[in-house]
Design a binder for this molecule. Sequence first.
Ligand SMILES: *Cc1c(COP(=O)(O)O)cnc(C)c1O
Length: 398
Amino acid sequence: MVEASVLRKKGRFGQFGGQYVPETLMPALHELEEAYEEAKVDPSFREELESYYRYYGGRPTPLYFARRLTEHIGGARIYLKREDLCHGGAHKFNNVMGQALLAKRMGKGRLIAETGAGQHGVATAMAGAVLGLPVEVYMGSVDVKRQSLNVFRMRLLGAAVHEVSEGTRTLKDAINEALRDWVTNVGTTYYLLGSVVGPHPYPTIVRDFQSVIGGEIREQSKAQIGRLPDVLVACVGGGSNAMGTFAPFLGEETELLGAEAGGLGLASGKHAASLTGGRVGILHGARSYLLQDEDGQVLETHSISAGLDYPGVGPQLAELKDTKRASFVAVTDEQALEGFRALARLEGILPALESAHAVFAAMQKARDMDRDAVIIVTLSGRGDKDMATVADAMGVTL
Ligand SMILES: *Cc1c(COP(=O)(O)O)cnc(C)c1O
């Protein structure tokens, strides 16, 4: 978020994280941190959130044994955590619902968000509608054109979409506009961030709300498999579905594997693999790995999946990489499509292209493991939104 002005120790994950923001934002971050600390230990807040998760969102989502995919690979047993069955078609619901309820509790009458591909904007619009909170979404005008269907969805859900025509007219500029709005209207406005990125306390708040994924995996794997999994796999854009999957397992032996967007390959420079191909720097208010050139200019990213197309990554994942508690692989566009096709043909599931990166990484991993080993893949979302992209990649005209 904007440029660094002060280095702060709070909200650190090793050398990563922090609050590299202008002074004008500090009171808002303090207020948010305090409100969250209170909310998270308040049973009535948990109850209300759990009620929305269950009756509105469809939680708990199933843990499903992918029998035919497992047989096809001939290695470890592969299970899918079905976040694709969550309301809205992805894990984003877990976070927006939590933060929207927090906003309501804080007495903020208005939600703002920024969005690149539009999926976070749609999810925020959904949560705003169900809680009766007006939503305004900032989106670069280039993205508004590219993602017209998501813009239409947001408007149907009652949100106002502000086109940002500054700079590169993409996510970066939308973030700047959203921050300007927040600083100006902080008394009435809640800034709803979409992943485990940004200044403290956002990486912690978003991780905690998404940890419902890993928490359910723990219970379900014990009940259905009789033990915890050997490996957990999740795709990594900003890193929220991965952190939500991994967090409840940090103290276990379970191996943690993140699949980043390798795009056209790391060597091509056209990718979004911040952990496997980036360097340490500061982006959007936090220190983490990011894709930047020699002068520290943030690089353009590429991925077949819009949701992974982000030059940074959450600070806690950066720490997990450095401490080797988790490992990360870059999965190319081509390989993600292979994962996509395998799941479609063998399991009758059209996954989101983001999730298809994790599926491919799990297929690769399973090959080298015993048949009694267990891999659980978080299937972060469903693929309906990606049909035009997949058709295009296959050379099919719809
Ligand atoms: C947004 C999105 C992602 C990437 O976000 P993370 O914060 O890395 O989880 C992954 N999968 C789907 C389906 C998404 O919509």
